[in-house]
Design a protein around this ligand. Structure first.
Ligand SMILES: *Cc1c(COP(=O)(O)O)cnc(C)c1O
Length: 381
């Protein structure tokens, strides 16, 4: 099988599996326990927090461990908005191309907590204009949330520029950096963000663990209350093996980032050139250069994505139509329609996301198979 869905999830790196191993059956203590076994778990937890803080260029106390990227986005949005509501600030600014972890949370805040939202439009490449974000800020705006990189089309947003504007207005900025974890620098000072969400399974760590960076001084109401872990901001016994694994995975991804980015960008260009050269009626979506290194998103005219994905699966190629979360009834992508594509065009969306194991031979195989499949589905072969 050729796996081309690294934006959906990644395999766990063997070195990460190894780092996690002792924490299942040997060092299984509860970090809150007083005896040696608990203290060793607590030490591993705090070591992971320090190493992650080093990579993010922040203080360890500013890192909250969560159960996934979705929870991190929920904690950022609900935590900030519900804390701000008591000061009369109920307005949030975001974009229509965010992951559902952000958009559905915003909807919930609007429907059930009296919040108001402004969606700042994006252009045809999926880019948000920093000045348009600034223009959407009101006196009652508590939070701006703009993703660092888009999961469906790979477009990378000018977060540092947006941060300069939100900071000047005294408004907090959250970024969903889940897709960026393995591919972009995550220095929160350089980015200028106040909150940043990551998820381990998008950078060769385990599923079911994530983190939220929260700048010191940001008022955040906890979403989950209980034993007071994570300085009261996220109660629940810490998942020590997964957190240790996430720290190792992030270290490896960031250490190998530059070389891997260069390699993947080469494969990406080979894939784009091969497909657009061989298949008529194919369009690259997202930004041509400001995009994740291994990310290829396309529209294939006259073909339904679902039929394409099934045929690719039969040919041993795992791909997606854009979002791993959009199961069930085929509806056009909210990202592509926000970028100005017609619903009918958006139904032919194909996402091929490259990763560590992929080679030039994989790319050439995929180009050849896809050309055959598209011709067959269009009734030309
Ligand atoms: C995958 C993803 C999430 C959700 O992360 P989970 O850990 O799967 O809950 C959120 N935002 C973006 C941009 C993602 O790609």
């Amino acid at each position: 099988m050729i796996y081309l869905d690294h934006s959906a999830t990644t395999p766990v790196d063997e070195r990460v599996v190894e780092a996690m191993a002792p924490f299942w059956t040997t060092l299984y203590g509860n970090p809150s326990s007083i005896y040696g076994l608990g203290r060793r778990a607590a030490a591993a937890l705090e070591d992971a927090r320090r190493r992650i803080a080093h990579l993010l260029n922040c203080q360890p106390a500013e890192v909250i461990f969560t159960s996934c990227g979705t929870e991190s986005d929920n904690l950022a949005l609900r935590g900030v908005m519900l804390a701000a509501a008591s000061r009369g600030k109920r307005h949030i600014v975001t974009t229509p191309i965010e992951h559902h972890a952000v958009l559905h949370t915003v909807t919930d805040l609007v429907e059930h907590f009296d919040c108001e939202v402004t969606l700042v439009p994006v252009d045809r490449a999926g880019l948000v204009e920093p000045a348009a974000v600034a223009a959407a800020i009101r006196p009652d705006t508590a939070l701006v949330s703009v993703m660092l990189a888009n999961n469906e089309v790979g477009t990378i947003q000018p977060i540092a520029e947006i941060a300069a504007l939100t900071r000047a207005r005294g408004v907090l900025l959250h970024t969903d950096a889940v897709q960026a974890g393995g591919y972009l620098p995550l220095d929160v000072e350089a980015l200028g963000v106040d909150l940043l969400a990551l998820s381990a399974h998008k950078f060769y760590g385990p599923k079911g663990v994530g983190l939220l960076y929260v700048r010191r001084g940001v008022r955040l109401l906890p979403v989950q209350t209980g034993g007071g872990q994570e300085r009261g901001r996220r109660s629940g016994t810490e998942n020590v093996p997964y957190i240790v694994g996430m720290a190792r995975a992030l270290e490896l991804a960031q250490a190998e980032r530059e070389a891997e980015t260069q390699r993947l960008a080469g494969l990406r260009q080979r894939l784009i050139a091969g497909l657009t050269g061989r298949i008529p009626g194919i369009t690259l979506t997202g930004h041509p250069t400001q995009r994740l290194p291994g990310h290829v998103s396309l529209l294939v005219a006259g073909v339904e994505a679902e039929a394409l994905l099934i045929a690719l699966d039969l040919a041993g190629i795992a791909a997606s139509s854009g979002s791993a979360c959009a199961t069930g009834a085929p509806t056009p992508s909210h990202v592509l329609t926000a970028m100005g594509y017609q619903p009918q065009e958006a139904m032919g969306a194909l996402r091929l996301t490259l990763g560590r194991a992929n080679t030039e031979a994989d790319v050439d195989f995929v180009v050849a198979r896809l050309a055959e499949i598209v011709a067959r589905l269009r009734g030309q072969a």
